[in-house]
Design a protein around this ligand. Structure first.
Ligand code: MOS
Length: 689
């Protein structure tokens, strides 16, 4: 082991898992080799949205040569109570279109699918109710929102402040159902070794799955071993346990074989969650100088029959700007849809789209430049919690972004610039995402003259965490990166938080540093030494308000003959704490901004109101921005280290890039055309309505 004083953190290191991924050597869950002994599972999904199964005929399926078992609610193993929320072959009740009603296990995937098509199911079906509207009389206030946020917040007399405001806007925005579409489909390989359930699974942290799977199968943590080394994207859909993992476990139990279950792309539109649609009413009141006097953000969104999911859509509004009177509310409609889940910056993404669009409309009403309006409403403390920011550099992001984008001298009038048949406009929006850390542990095994084996059940879902954690470990142990052998993605490794909420680096990095600290000043004996370190939140969360911030600028061109929308350039500037790796960090911002562009212009899952299913459930009809949709993307960040939050000074960067980017594009669209589209996505037809 060679001591080094060079710092790996902050240097521009290539992704260490890159070569194996490019050469096809990196094994994803479904590719786990089982020497040709695996059998395959195919799902039969409900065509009814609501009602009861009245008859199931599996005889034709069972008669197909190669079929080993057909599981239905009549014969499937009974699972713990937790399975009720996930709806996994435990009763005849149907709660959404696409709900698994049978699972066929067969020697090949082709046989399994063929047999699945032969399962006959009859339903006593009722008309589904899947329409989100603000005039529904069954809207309710959930007890709390996701991540423990309070459902509502009220400060001051909002209605009076709005009525008295010299300038105000009252606008409603709608965001559609959206689906996570990582490249790697969700997949599980499962086998029972005696009473131990062994799984190779695509997820955002094996430990995330342990509570539900152990409860479902009535086993202890020692009886469950999940491995998940490489994951091909996730964005939230792989954060929690879904129905397919439980079915894989049941199928393995019933057949005594190793089973492989991979969802098809269409199945990913029903079985692994979606982003709830939202209807958001924004009311802003201001003095003529732009100072906000009232902020009201009321959200209506949906949840499902089987599980409550309450997205925290307006929570970013609570801290973004100050005003003496402020209100946020969240109301849910419980519909006959699959359960929603998290999708990259759940809450902040749709919520900041609405707030930052409304700020643009207010800027227009005031005749104040939209960058300037935000600068004039910069709070010096968290206005909701009345505590200081650990760091807040939104102003620097806006100024640097305006400079890089070339904002100054912008003509505020909409619809006046043309380039041939193109209408041209520019827009801006701000971004924020909370900085958090979660308890995690790490282990280091030191053996003289060998690389340090650093183990933590972290997860690299494509973010570059593998590389960044290796950099952190190298610095903590004062050795070059080549002397670190990092092991992640295994429930038998020290327990760590899942890859979610942009908390990976802020949670796992300090755990590795704590383990390294145990080794400092200790002589490693010839036989080696193993140490464990733990790290987690302290009182920084009470003392400070910690958030990443950002600013987006976009140029939009709209073809006035066809309504086609192009985004030739975007600028993103972020204040997201210490950036561990410039290359993978830039990729995170770029991916987020691209997903925001995709949200602004393309993504929408269309619910068939009569039958209750997502009609466009494949990549031919659910459009996602492709390379050709993305123009120049200029990404930079503020030199910032949030040392009050965690010893790395990092804030987490997985989600901040998407927040606000759809608003910047929508605002630029208005500037180009003079038309305000308040329901995403901004498809070509909306130019003509
Ligand atoms: Mo992210 S939506 O917290 O996986």
């Amino acid at each position: 082991m060679t001591a080094t004083t060079e710092r790996a953190v902050g240097s521009d290191v290539r992704r260490i898992d890159g070569p194996d991924k490019v050469r096809g050597l990196a094994r994803y869950a479904f590719e786990h080799e089982v020497d040709g002994t695996a059998v395959f599972v195919a799902l039969v999904q409900s065509t009814a949205a609501k009602g009861r199964i009245t008859a199931l005929d599996v005889s034709a399926a069972e008669a197909v040569p190669g079929v080993l078992a057909v599981l239905t609610h009549e014969n499937a193993p009974r699972l713990g109570e937790v399975a009720e929320e996930i709806v996994v072959l435990q009763s005849d009740r149907v709660q959404y279109v696409g709900q698994p009603v049978a699972a066929v296990v067969a020697e090949t995937s082709e046989v399994a699918r063929d047999a699945a098509a032969r399962v006959a199911v009859s339903y006593d079906a009722q008309t589904p109710d899947v329409e989100l509207r603000t005039d529904r009389d069954d809207l309710y206030a959930p007890e709390e929102l996701m991540a423990g946020f309070e459902t509502d917040s009220v400060i001051g007399d909002v209605d009076a402040a709005l009525a008295a405001a010299p300038v105000s806007v009252d606008v409603t925005y709608e965001t559609p159902n959206q689906h996570n579409n990582p490249i790697e489909m969700h997949a599980t390989v499962a086998r029972w070794d005696g009473d131990v359930l062994r799984m190779w699974d695509a997820n955002q942290g094996p430990h995330n799955l342990v509570p539900v799977i152990t409860e479902a199968f009535g086993i202890t943590e020692d009886q469950l071993h999940i491995t998940s080394p490489y994951v091909g994207g996730a964005f939230g859909s792989k954060a929690y346990t879904h129905v397919h993992q439980l079915i894989a476990g049941m199928a393995a139990k019933v057949t005594g074989r190793t089973v492989k279950l991979e969802l098809t792309r269409p199945q990913m539109f029903t079985l692994v969650g979606h982003r709830t649609p939202t209807i958001q009413r924004l009311r802003l009141g201001a003095r003529p100088d732009g100072t906000l006097t009232a902020i009201s953000h009321e959200v209506v969104e949906h949840t499902s029959q089987n599980a409550e999911f309450a997205e925290q859509t307006a929570t970013a509004t609570r801290l973004m700007y100050s005003a003496p009177a402020r209100r946020t509310t969240h109301r849910l409609a419980r519909l006959d849809v699959p359960a929603p889940t998290i999708m990259r910056a759940p809450g902040e993404t749709p919520g900041m789209y609405a707030l930052e669009s409304a700020m643009d409309e207010l800027a227009t009403a005031l005749g104040i430049d939209p960058v300037e309006l935000r600068l004039r409403n910069e709070p010096d403390r968290d206005p909701e919690r009345d505590v200081p920011w650990s760091t807040r550099n939104l102003v620097a992001c806006l100024r640097q972004g305006a400079e890089r984008f070339g904002w100054s001298g912008r003509d505020p009038r909409p619809g006046v610039r043309t380039d041939g048949r193109w209408l041209v406009g520019t827009g801006v929006a701000a971004a924020t995402y909370p900085t958090r850390r979660r308890p995690s542990a790490a282990r280091i095994e030191a053996v003289p003259d060998k690389p340090y084996v650093v183990s933590i059940d972290a997860s690299d879902i494509g973010t570059g965490a593998w590389t960044a954690l290796t950099q952190i470990a190298a610095d903590a142990l004062r050795v070059p990166m080549s002397e670190i052998d990092l092991r992640i993605g295994d429930s038998r490794l020290p327990k760590a938080s899942g890859a979610g909420g942009s908390t990976g680096i802020t949670s796992w990095g300090p755990a590795i540093m704590a383990a390294a600290q145990q080794l400092a000043d200790r002589e490693v004996p010839p036989g080696g030494l193993t140490v464990t370190g733990e790290a987690g939140p302290g009182d920084e969360a009470e003392q400070y308000s910690s958030h990443a911030f950002g600013a987006h600028f976009a140029e939009v061109r709209v073809d006035r003959d066809s309504g086609e929308v192009r985004v030739p350039r975007m600028t993103g500037v972020f204040a997201a704490g210490r950036i561990i790796n410039a290359t993978t960090g830039r990729s995170q911002f770029l991916g987020g901004m691209t997903m925001g562009l995709s949200m602004a212009l393309h993504e929408e899952s269309v619910l068939d109101l009569a039958r209750g299913h997502y009609a466009n459930h494949d990549l031919a009809e659910y459009h996602i921005a492709a390379n050709a949709d993305v123009g120049e993307v200029d990404i930079s960040w503020i030199d910032e280290s949030d040392d009050l939050h965690n010893p790395l000074g990092a804030k987490g960067i997985g989600e901040i890039g998407i927040v606000g980017s759809a608003a910047a594009i929508g605002n630029a669209y208005w500037h180009a055309t003079g038309r305000r589209v308040r329901d995403l996505p901004i498809t070509p037809d909306k130019y003509f309505r």
